[in-house]
Design a protein around this ligand. Structure first.
Ligand code: TYD
Length: 203
């Protein structure tokens, strides 16, 4: 099963992925956790470029770099892991590109979706948890951080990203589970586990 987590900075994706991994492994299954951009030597190098605050990148180059990193990760890690029956848990996947580059950078949505097709070799998540947080809460939670290149984009950009996540989640209700990210960690984890159990039983 291929499970992705989406949401803006500070939504707790990383914590929830780790908790879910522990749960899935405690049920006797194998898991792989990956984050995007990254997860292979090539994709981690691209990540360094994308997040480097001293590098100027235009929106099209940014889109193509995220997709290049994704193509490598998909081919080298995700597809083989799924073939071997692993649960693949991914911190962000192509929905982030739709939200950040499509909505945030205002690139043509149809072209962005076509890029996903190329970069993913047709692979789609079975389930996507969208950990929803307002921009104010996100800024509050990440105030201490030294912002990377993406985090330096302005408020208007992040409002468009949020609008994007809402639109994507609404357009694929059977894949998306929207979870209020302001709740406590344990309660959020229990909600996520209940969806995983439901999905596994329906398979
Ligand atoms: P990261 O440190 O992984 O952020 P987070 O902990 O919030 O997941 O940095 C990834 C950044 O790249 C984040 O700001 C979101 C952005 N991003 C895109 O703009 N497009 C994409 O396709 C992906 C995967 C990430």
């Amino acid at each position: 099963m291929f499970i992705t987590f989406e949401g803006i900075d500070g939504s707790g994706k990383t914590t929830q992925i780790k908790l879910l991994q522990d749960y899935i492994e405690s049920c006797g299954n194998h898991t792989v956790i990956i984050r995007e951009p990254g997860g292979t030597a090539f994709s981690e190098l691209i990540r360094d470029i994308l997040l480097n605050k001293d590098v100027e990148i235009n929106p099209v180059s940014e889109l193509l770099l995220f997709e290049a990193a994704r193509a490598n990760l998909t081919e080298q890690v995700i597809i083989p892991a799924l073939k071997n029956g692993f649960y693949v848990l991914c911190d962000r996947f192509y929905d982030s590109t739709t939200a950040y580059q499509g909505y945030g950078r205002e690139l043509n949505l149809e072209e962005v979706l076509n890029c996903h097709k190329i970069a993913t070799f047709g692979i789609k998540p079975d389930l996507t948890f969208y950990l929803k947080l307002s921009l104010e809460e996100s800024l509050e939670r990440s105030a201490h951080k030294n912002p990377d290149r993406m985090e330096r984009a302005g408020r208007e950009f992040f409002l468009r990203v949020l609008e994007g996540f809402d639109a994507i989640a609404a357009s694929e209700p059977e894949r998306f589970v929207i979870i209020d990210a302001t709740g406590d960690i344990e309660a959020t984890h229990r909600k996520i586990v209940s969806f995983i159990d439901m999905k596994s039983h329906n398979k």
